[in-house]
Design a protein around this ligand. Sequence first.
Ligand code: GUN
Ligand code: ZN
Length: 421
Amino acid sequence: MVLHTPHHAFQVAEALEAFTDGALVFDDTGILAVGLYSQLSPQFPNATRLEYKNAFILPGFIDCHVHFPQVSVIGAMGLQLLEWLETRTLPFEESLEDATLARELAKDFLRLLAQNGTTTALVFGAHFEAAMHAFFDEAHQSGLRISSGMVLSDRELRPKLHQEPQAALTAGQRLLECWHGIGRLRYAVMPRFALSCSDDMLAVCQTLLEMKKGVLFHTHINENPSEIDVVKKLAGATDYLEAYERHNLVRRQSIFAHSVHPSISELRRMAKAGSSVAHCASSNAFIGSGLFPLKTHLEHNVRVALGSDVGGGTGFSILKEGLEAYQMQMLRQEMRLTPTQLLYLATQAGADALELGDVVGSFATGKQADFVVLKALQGSTLEATLARSPSTEASLAALFTLAREETVLETWVGGERVYQR
Ligand code: GUN
Ligand code: ZN
């Protein structure tokens, strides 16, 4: 079955398009057609045929917030954000000063993304320039569609992770010149969060952001109440967003991770700028940040997509993030997300957030052939559930509930296979 969301799933009732016995026709320039195999087969008699039985073909998943140095931090229990950073995460991130280690971590990280069906990701990087050259080099070789950048900090946290703003500017400029626009790579300017960045550092961010067209801005916001208190105090701001606004960092190409505790005013300002939020459901639960107010974001027209937030999050699966997002809204008793809305959040919404909405996210003709083939393992719970599924929507719901890393049979980016089980 071929499934995608050609329409906005929060604005259109029938946003899902599904073809049982479907076909996706593509070449290395992009998608040529999507539809029923019986109709498309005679139209493309010379096409090479790949056949998958009892499989689901979906647009590749889009992870709008994930940290490449944090795979080994997954599962650090018993800690909330600031203590989790201080005791487990940042001490490990210091070790990325070693570029050889950074390259090894990058290889693992990129393999795990592909293995989970993620084809596009906005990746929080390391604090060290050499680590980022190694990461971009590996990302280029992986074939994945990656946006990333060097993480910037110059106060609080651990001094070993600090840079002088001027040094951050020259290093950022070198990385940007080297990697932005190379293959499927893009640069994203990434202050760790306003808590760890002075005004001088945020001013550097603005300079970097304006250096080349298509550069993204990505950071954390309003994740945890203690963090928010510190930010307001250090920045002397009435709210968190103001710290970024002062340096003109709240824009259409800005993606803010978390936004668990925003004020209505902040939501209005983010919406006005056209910024997006990466909702990191498993992380918000795991490090106890809170229940994301999705309905309020959508009511205020803030664009929302999904992020795994590895290693605050509990793994790379964007399907699992969809399930956790669903569960959170059930707990809030505000929204009952449909499987179609989950697919939209996992794919097209992420593409839109990353300014790639015309390139990937659905199977519209002319987009790049980024897709994932899912197939239940023999004897698995998923296989048994799908065997008696009453409808397409029920099958999609079963995928979000039960399909994981092991369900991913193949991952394709730009018409090239980047992972095979
Ligand atoms: N805020 C600043 N750094 C981080 C991080 O690494 N993870 C999360 N979840 N929040 C952050
Ligand atoms: Zn994060």
